[in-house]
Design a protein around this ligand. Sequence first.
Ligand code: BG6
Length: 514
Amino acid sequence: MATATEVRVAPEDVRAAARRSERIPDPAVVVIFGASGDLTKRKLLPALFHLEQQGLLPAEFSIVGVARRDLKSSFAADMKDGILKFGGGKDGDDTIDNFISKVDYHAMNFDDDAGYAKLKSLLDKIDKERGTQGNRLFYLAVAPEYFADIINRLGEHGMAHPEKGYARVIIEKPFGHDLKSAKELNDDVNRVFDEDQIFRIDHYLGKETVQNILVFRFANGIFEPIWNRNFIDHVQITAAESIGIEGRGPFYEKAGALRDVVQNHMMELLSFVAMEPPVSFEANAVRGEKVKVWRAVKPIAIENTVRGQYALGTIDGQQVQGYREEDRVDPNSTTETFAAIKLEIENWRWAGVPFYLRAGKRLAKRATEIMIQFRQPPLLLFDRSGAGPCNEIQPNILTIRIQPDEGISLRFGAKVPGPDMNVCPVVMDFQYASAFGVNLANGYERLLLDAMLGDQTLFAHRDGVEATWSLFTPVLEAWAKAKPRDFPNYTSGTWGPKAADGLIGRDGRKWHQL
Ligand code: BG6
């Protein structure tokens, strides 16, 4: 494999640049509702600790975990455990203990007014003791049915528009389960908080490789001129996971692949690939261009969708059970664990260029990739008789690897050494790991920092959420009406149902092998 990674940036330089960053937020308290859940321990605390390690948190900083259970005595130790296990922290490192000393816990029921009053007093006390200046970032890491209630009560208890400092709220997905519920939730939240206080999080936008799509397109001069229907044949976006539903039966039964990852993560990827250059890298400019893409997507015909559900099979040599056998899943469940969709964007840049999306659990491997296939040259001068070592001249393909093995590669034809003009595909490859030599942060790190800075560029706007739900709600409704008769229809450890090959095959194309 040819390597284009000639230029390497020393990891020390990458870290030093982060330390020189002026993006250091004002003093603040991060208040995490639903703090006893997995997200806090696995992602949020490790992410905040990494920010601290890089010197990106203010000295006056505090975290308050809020949940129903009485965990006061064990919470801080549990969070330390999370940093050690999931944040690469080392036991005995003083910086962890120092960081953990800023962690408090407050037990309350989310519908208990007295609990909110006590929370308010605790936050005021922290302000006095730690100089956090009345700034609060509320993180709702709770089940969606609690969103509206928590937000209302924060409002009623004077915590949404404080006299001193800011109040912001981060809302985890799923943001609604269809267009109607998303609108209602937006209305509920907007009644209490202004749009510039609301941070709807999609952790894909925090991934370096996702942000790099914009850098790749808009910080380089050579790609944008060919980034359109004149040169691009089609685009494939795959979010393949080899894991199953990981004990989240009750959640997943109500969600399914379309709601869980397609309406949000995959549509974010699509918008970054397809959007017009924004006038600046500023929240409204970027989010405005994304919404234009989603609004230009043609209503999705049901023939352009495929759904699937995994049956038992083998992954990495291990037998795994089928979806219907998973814990707390209906043995006759019709929830989809796989979705493939063909989208068409009806605008001047993309008319006629299909975007094929597929996402699924228990697929052959974990790989999230965007593949852009370019058109063949108008005339092929070189022999395609099959006499050379490669049978056909392949089109150019640009692959953006979101994860794992983060990077970008470009496939092109090269002359095979010898007397004939034979052509074989070769690959130029950029790998994050070898170019920068640092581990990529989990998406939450950047997003928590941005929320503390009040920067909404990488967060979803109300209009965007509603635009994507308007596209998928009719599909969900049609799917709900016509129950699938063939579920389970793919073996765990494969690439999904046969019909997904048919969806793209009908257009004379194939899924790219990952
Ligand atoms: C979450 C979904 O939003 O994203 C999960 O709820 C999915 O089902 C996860 O596994 C994928 O995220 P990542 O970062 O592992 O690609």
